[in-house]
Design a protein around this ligand. Sequence first.
Ligand SMILES: Cc1cc2nc3c(=O)[nH]c(=O)nc-3n(C[C@H](O)[C@H](O)[C@H](O)COP(=O)(O)O)c2cc1C
Length: 470
Amino acid sequence: MDGYDGDLIENLGAAKMTIDNNHGVGYISLYELMPGLTAWIYNINFNKDLVIDMRFMEDRPYYFGYNVSGYQLQKFPEEVDYKKIQQGQNFVIISKPNSSSEFVIPKNISYKCCYIIINPKLLNESKVASKLKLVSDLAESFKLKGDSDPYRYFGNIDARIGTYADIVLKNKRTDITGRLITEGAILRMLGSQIEAHAHDSSTHNFKPALTKSKLSRITNIGEYILSNISEKISIDEISLHLRISPKKLQSGIRFLYGYSANEYLTRLRLEHSKELMHSTEMNISEICFAVGYQSKSYFSKIFLDTFGNTPSAYRKSYEDANLLYDISYRSLAEDSLTVKNVDEIINIAREFNPKFKITGSIIFHRNIFFQIIEGPKKEVLTLFKNICNDRRHKDIQVMWRGFKIKREFDEWAMATISDEGELEVVIQGNTKNLELSNVLGKLDRSAMESESLWRKVRNIIKLDANESAA
Ligand SMILES: Cc1cc2nc3c(=O)[nH]c(=O)nc-3n(C[C@H](O)[C@H](O)[C@H](O)COP(=O)(O)O)c2cc1C
């Protein structure tokens, strides 16, 4: 997407490019679920036809796709005419090795599409059973004749695939339960596409057995489990809590995530264990108990079966990678806090942060702090502990914590944005440009809101810095 002047946000395994300029408005996001399996999500309206020339190497990846809204055109290089891929149509494209496939996304339409790209060679290098099974399922289902023929399959309009693609597009949550929703929906979408390819007719009129409102209630199951994660949790308890019969709960979980309820529970425990490894200094035994396992060897075994690494090897691999850690939160200033105290806080931050390779940004607006701190994990956690114990503010709500590849505020020890006129510290931007009241007033403090907020913050600061340098 060179030349689109978008705003690229990268996190571990995911990237999002937002475009709001003369090329178009919307975003394109990318998830790497595992090496060899990536998903591209388009939710965008282009001002000019976009021509994409997808190059295929010897590996012959599979391109699965589904248009939730809008359509596109496709052709192989040796063809003259384009073929139209309809809204709601299941499609799979595999080109000749070392050749390409051309896609055209027309201008001025609301284009919402999920592509899933599979590289069987990379997947095959994995030792995880589920990935190897995917490779053999694909080989079985497609049985490509001759190594070098291009292959195109335009299937039926398929409501089931559409349900999953819709979940992927609408899910804005980036916490672990949110990630599982996206990952589950991508994998279920893929499974349904392979199945539909194999049995067009039998899946044609598939409808989920549960109503949309029940399905959406089931997507909340993650929060309930997480708040009791160190305990034994039975399916009966969950179904009582969600007011859904155990049978419907089982089939809803199967529909949404492709797992049985017990497998889903295990998956959530394991994802949470990863998060604890990322965000705390707890050792592996402590983490094992904290996520509800009594036996460390059992915990290590299922972690290995699921992710292809033992917990300690997993922890070592990302610690060796020296990734950046980032926490963003909001809090309320103590009633007695004066603008002078805010000046002091920011001066301390600007003095100490560079010593610990910490950068970030803080917003002070109507007695509310919004802060992002980024840097080496240990230093960020130590500082955050200090900040949490600081009596000058209260009601601290973490909006996002986790690893990322790049700093957002690389030149700022603590960039500050405020419209409190009496502050003496140097202000980098004005809150008027941020629609802060809008963001702060919302009760739903989802991480996506904070992501778009920080993106705006960073842009305002960069713009200001460029203007003052000019
Ligand atoms: C909203 C808020 C943000 C803060 N941000 C930082 C910061 O970025 N860096 C920093 O060193 N201290 C920051 N502090 C101050 C710390 O809480 C703490 O006072 C400081 O790190 C000095 O620690 P010490 O008292 O243990 O020496 C902040 C405090 C508040 C209330």
